[in-house]
Design a protein around this ligand. Sequence first.
Ligand SMILES: Cc1ncc(COP(=O)(O)O)c(C=O)c1O
Length: 450
Amino acid sequence: MPHAAVPYQTGFATQQVHAGEHADTTYGARITPIYLSAGFRFDDFAQARDRFSGDDQGFVYTRAGNPTNAALERKLAELERGRDAVVVASGQAALAVAVLAVAKAGDHVLSAQSIYSGTRSLFTQGFGRFGIEVEFVDDARDLDEWRRRIRPNTRAVYAETIANPTNEVVDLAGLAGVAQAAGVPFIVDNTLATPYLVRPIEHGADIVVHSASKFLSGHGAALGGVVIDAGTFNWSSQPSAFPHLNEPDEGLQGLSYLEAYGDGAYTAYIRGVTAALFGPVLSPFNAFLIQQGIETLSLRVQRQASSAAVIAAWLEAQPEVLTVNYAGLASNASHDLAQRYLPRGQGAVLSFVLGGGEASAQRFFDSVELFSRMSHIGDTRSLILHPATTTHAHLDAQTRAKGRISAGLLRLSIGLEEPDDLIRDLERGFAAIRAAAAAAPVIAHERITP
Ligand SMILES: Cc1ncc(COP(=O)(O)O)c(C=O)c1O
């Protein structure tokens, strides 16, 4: 499969356009075509046999691989500086296939407390039923706490570069050190930062996952997910911890995944087992949309992050706002880590807490006109959500409090509109709160439970 390898000396904008592009030798199509085909014809008996044995690298069936998806995988692997990548149907699917290719029943995964609510549910409700225990570290900055919580059966350390929705930035190199000392991979969800703002592999991460439905696709049109493997983790240092990669496999004529695939063992296992057998296939049509989105990734993220910084500073100056969770603000607890890991920008998702609690949040939410009320992020359009009554409503109050999801918290995902227009729209929210306070000055008591 002729995929372009773009030299790393070129800048990000060049790579995002050209990396992984597939040269169409039949018609000369400039864009990687959408190969919407369930399967691929074999020339003869011998080729069919060789495709299945792996002696012929051609495609067989789209659940196991597809040329449009392969071009996207190459692009994402190169942008994140990984060895290889596997695309799947959603971000949730990416997390599922990534963790299930590391841990099995009886194993333990150590995760940051502040993570996307869907990932938390996958970890507790999904993996819990499979016998994989996920434990949460409250203060992700406390590396000693991570070290203390590592157990003999820990199989991965997990965190988001920028946590959704509370914006904590993790110490990537610090957590990579904790994982390395424990002999387990460090898995990072880089959805909110994107490889334009930071490449976790360059700071020691072993595996990077994304919801490609967000900034990568960028236009809110396609769901997708990706697992990118740095290819550097030593899976044979503790063979009993990762028996599925170290022991002979019946699908590989008695070879182990490590013997058959070397540095590519982890992605080969995902391709052959957790993705191909559980089956969350990315449609090649969505792969096409995501690859088109990535071609403008840096332009969008630059602009969206700079608008988010302006809006965060403006929100911080509003008297009704108790806190703004945006790592670009000097007042934010993650500001030092953001300066270290995210010098190009601190992302376009932020949240803020209204002193008036849920009542104020509701008034604010119902007053905006330009922001879309939606459970989504990373779109060209600006979006708003009240996590406590939506994405986090199913959690008990204690878990919500640990995750800093208070009743007055609103999450914004800043799009590509003019920042002045967005601020004018947010002013509608504050005007509604002020009008309610003027009509019935009970708002003061609501400050007690933001
Ligand atoms: C940080 C993060 N990871 C993963 C996901 C899940 O992605 P998807 O919705 O594509 O399954 C999301 C979705 O919001 C997210 O914000």
